[in-house]
Design a protein around this ligand. Sequence first.
Ligand SMILES: Nc1ncnc2c1ncn2[C@@H]1O[C@H](COP(=O)(O)OP(=O)(O)O)[C@@H](O)[C@H]1O
Ligand SMILES: [Mg+2]
Length: 340
Amino acid sequence: MSEEPVLKVEGLQTSFPLGGKDVPIVDGVSFALHPGRCLALVGESGCGKSMTALSLMRLIPQPGSITGGDIFLEGEGLRSLSVPQMRSLRGKKMGMIFQEPMTSLNPVTRVGEQVIEAIRIHEKVSKRAARARVIEIFRQVGIPDAESRVEAFPHQLSGGLKQRVMIAMALVLKPRVLIADEPTTALDVTIQAQIIELMRELMTETKTAILLITHDLGVVNQIADDIAVMYAGRVIETGSRRRVLKFPQHPYTQGLLGALPGRAERGQRLHEIAGIVPAPVHWPGGCRFRPRCDRAMEVCAESVPTLLPVGLEGSSEANDLELQGEGNHCCACYAVEEPS
Ligand SMILES: Nc1ncnc2c1ncn2[C@@H]1O[C@H](COP(=O)(O)OP(=O)(O)O)[C@@H](O)[C@H]1O
Ligand SMILES: [Mg+2]
């Protein structure tokens, strides 16, 4: 990981006015995306993954706003950019595949035309050349009859096809950073595999950095280099995919992975943990996982554990030769040992 990160998120806080006060739904999140690498952001529903993604694009729904930290794209702080400056970054520098994309297509313009326009905003290419690229990318994302589908209006396409058009639109611009929020959840496995393959190609060919939000450990295994685990607005564990899946440290991560060694590596959906993620207004002080945690101690209620490198001395993780050179494994938990 010698290359500089293309995107750096530092202490990001995104809040909504709820019950008379500003509630941070994303609360001090930090991570970095590197060229040609994929970071998987995982965690149960309601943990703030989509809100983190929307914050990066500065597309937070009203009345929410970024209330702390910043996002640096190739060194440039995004928080201070004007709306038009931010708009000019979207698409080519930072593309996003949304979890709920159905509203993002213009209902009165043919879908092919919309993708052609997106290409021509960012690149000087003829309409003809752009059209050929659109047909090709439509084929690649598994849209049958791509040549005639480019002429369709959004209402003439099924939900799954519209989702594929949105994926095509994000991928065809070959962005520096791609944010994909559960991009393949609604698609069948064959199409899903095709799309994962296209994302991998982007990573190798154009060194695109990917932030991938997913519940699917199979997908994580196929594409992610690194993992960040989110709970109740905070990142509580980070590390290389292999470290986190093989030696999950945080009780929450262990719960998500079903705590059985090897299970995560075979690739399945994340495990269900007893209890639910509370609504943000009810997030407790200290460690927010404490009420659901069977290793909770007094200190967990008193202060927020910080994300620190895991103490590996003498552990099986330290002795695992396959993991040499895989970078830091960090965890925010008082029950997990810190390096001495
Ligand atoms: N527009 C909104 N206004 C207020 N709260 C919201 C809004 N959108 C999402 N939330 C709340 O923010 C929390 C995080 O949501 P989200 O980022 O969608 O989680 P995830 O993607 O991890 O499932 C949830 O508790 C959700 O109810
Ligand atoms: Mg979401």
